[in-house]
Write a protein that binds this ligand. Structure first.
Ligand code: PRP
Length: 188
């Protein structure tokens, strides 16, 4: 992206406000705390997009948890499409053998990233493996993914903010917004 991102002008619409997101995070935190009470829970955040969601969700959970961070990137795709080939840039720091694991994602789009990650993490022998995503964009699904905790189902629009990027920008917006099409169709 040669054009300088504009955090205000490049957003055509606020899809989810900061207040809507925070209310949903609290609700998810309560459900997760109830469901995993008395169990050894590890939250596995998939960087970089899930960073704000993970930071808020872990503080909305009222039972003891461990956290771990993975970073993956799909390669062979484009800035707006994932390819299904996933490369692990940062692996888990601790063993998840025998622990209950909850994957924390910002968005499930084609499902290819999670399809890979679920298989990878299952191979590490967790007691259980569940999925929490803030956003679900079912219109673009290629692989079926069983979502245990879903924040919002969203339409097939290019969304940015609250961790989600275009060209590594916009992640620091406090809301989820729709990116103006001119920004990604006319990169100059
Ligand atoms: C995004 C998002 C998911 C993945 C979802 O990550 O965080 O991991 O894409 O897309 P999929 O369902 O089509 O596989 P991205 O690869 O953009 O990396 P980032 O989190 O560092 O922005």
């Amino acid at each position: 992206m040669t054009r300088r991102p504009d955090l205000t002008a490049d957003v055509s619409e606020i899809l989810l406000s900061e207040e809507q997101i925070q209310a949903k995070v609290l609700e998810l935190g309560r459900r997760i705390s109830d469901d995993f009470a008395g169990r050894e829970l590890t939250l596995v955040s998939v960087l970089k997009g899930s960073l704000p969601f993970m930071a808020d969700l872990m503080r909305a959970i009222t039972i003891p948890v461990q956290i771990d961070l993975m970073e993956v990137s799909s390669y062979g795709g484009t800035a707006t499409e994932s390819s299904g080939l996933v490369r692990i840039l940062k692996d888990l720091s601790s063993s998840i053998d025998g622990r209950h694991v909850l994957i924390v994602e910002d968005i499930i789009d084609t499902g290819l990233t999670l399809n890979y990650l679920v298989r990878y993490l299952r191979g590490k022998n967790p007691a259980s493996l569940k999925i929490c995503t803030l956003l679900d964009k079912p219109a673009r699904r290629i692989v079926e993914i069983a979502i245990d905790y879903r924040g919002f189902q969203i339409p097939d629009q290019f969304v940015i903010g609250y961790g989600l990027d275009y060209g590594e920008a916009y992640r620091n917006l406090r809301f989820v917004g729709v990116l103006r099409p001119e920004v990604y169709t006319d990169p100059d």
